[in-house]
Design a protein around this ligand. Structure first.
Ligand SMILES: Cc1cc2nc3c(=O)[nH]c(=O)nc-3n(C[C@H](O)[C@H](O)[C@H](O)COP(=O)(O)O)c2cc1C
Length: 358
């Protein structure tokens, strides 16, 4: 059995999880309060994805998207905090969404412990959270260059540093891949092996700080975790393995689609956000790749840049993600990491922690 005391100690601002494991935020509502609470109860960091919560809720009446998002996010944090017996709860907020500032405000007011933010550079995050000094701030980056931009801006304008960085590699991760060009998805210069040690060195030597670096993308078991720790990371973030857990918030048909997937089913698409994403080749995505997709109308202006809204070239991503959350294989956008091929069955969060930490 592997003993927990051989693990790095992860401290994110004022928060110290028992295990150095963050469950990655997965939208729309693939990681809601049920999954986040289960992970936090086990001693990891449980993350609620803030994107599009209104659409999957009963209080959304077609006109109150932005208001409903905030109400549901606050309710979800309260529920996750309670069900995890006070475990550490994070919110994942994507910089690319129109109501980003409101999500951050709602997360802070709702009592969240950590904000993890990517899909764009969270350059204004300290300003948006200035009244909540205990909320730890964690940008997601794919390169040291991006981390350097954030460090310089935050130091200059706000006199503070991030509480940790998540390095997410586009080579294996699920969802939006945090790079702008398709060719970056296979760029070995963006592997964890390259970026994690480089970022750790940059933070130690140039910024003179020991803020933790957390690796994400393609991590499945303890062997994968230990490899990332050996690169200098103090923690890992895992998404895909948790998406199909019993406690995962998505419909069982979403989970079954991921369990059934083979390597040939995994595709990289250019999402309406304008960046590449890794997903399953559902009938809907196949039609999109063939150029014959019928549009799903935009109902909320949910993205600050959306190629569907500007030139009708894509589809409404919020609707496609909610269709997947509801288990509609024909119509949904099923995001997944390349580890989707390793999922054989639904597991409980408790089983995963037992296997990973002994
Ligand atoms: C279904 C799904 C949805 C995701 N949604 C988001 C999201 O809303 N915001 C985000 O920053 N990352 C998102 N991700 C990325 C995960 O948080 C995580 O960092 C990534 O999946 C890690 O790689 P892994 O899946 O190989 O473990 C998503 C991933 C998946 C599989």
């Amino acid at each position: 059995m592997i003993l927990a005391n051989s693990l790095p100690v992860l401290k994110i601002g004022k928060h110290s999880p028992k295990y150095p494991l963050i469950q990655g935020g997965m939208g729309v509502r693939i990681s809601g309060p049920s999954l986040a609470a289960a992970v936090a109860r086990e001693g990891g960091v449980g993350t609620i994805a803030s994107v599009g919560l209104a659409v999957a809720s009963e209080i959304f009446n077609g006109r109150n998207y932005f208001e409903a998002n905030q109400i549901v996010l606050k309710e979800d944090i309260t529920k996750a905090k309670k069900d995890s017996n006070g475990g550490i709860i994070a919110v994942n907020a994507m910089v690319a969404i129109t109501d980003y500032d409101l999500h951050i405000k709602a997360a802070c007011e709702g009592g969240v412990d950590i904000i993890i933010s990517g899909a764009g550079l969270p350059l204004r995050l300290p300003e948006l959270t200035k009244d909540f000094p205990d909320v730890a701030l964690v940008p997601i980056v794919s390169s040291t260059k991006a981390a350097n931009l954030i460090v310089r801006r935050w130091e200059k304008l706000y006199g503070r540093l991030p509480d940790a960085f998540v390095v997410e590699t586009p080579l294996y991760a699920g969802g939006h891949l945090g790079v702008t060009k398709m060719e970056h998805v296979t760029d070995e210069a963006l592997s964890l092996e390259t970026v994690v040690p480089e970022l750790v060195r940059y933070l130690e030597d140039e910024v003179k700080t020991d803020i933790p670096v957390i690796g994400a993308g393609g991590i499945w078991d303890r062997k994968d975790m230990d490899k990332v720790f050996a690169m200098g990371a103090k923690g890992v973030q895992m998404g895909t393995r948790f998406a199909t857990t019993v406690e995962g918030d998505a419909d069982i048909r979403f989970k079954q689609a991921l369990i059934d997937a083979t390597e040939e089913d995994v595709v990289i698409i250019k999402s309406p956000v304008g960046i590449p994403g890794r997903a399953l080749r559902s009938p809907f995505i196949q039609r999109y790749l063939d150029g014959t997709v019928e549009s799903k109308p935009c109902f909320a202006n949910c993205l600050s840049h959306c190629s569907y809204r500007t030139d009708k070239k894509a589809f409404c991503i919020a609707q496609a993600l909610v269709d997947a959350y509801r288990g509609n294989w024909e119509e949904g956008l099923f995001f997944c990491g390349s580890n989707v091929v390793r999922i054989e069955k639904m597991e409980t969060v408790d089983e995963i922690f037992g296997e990973l930490f002994g």
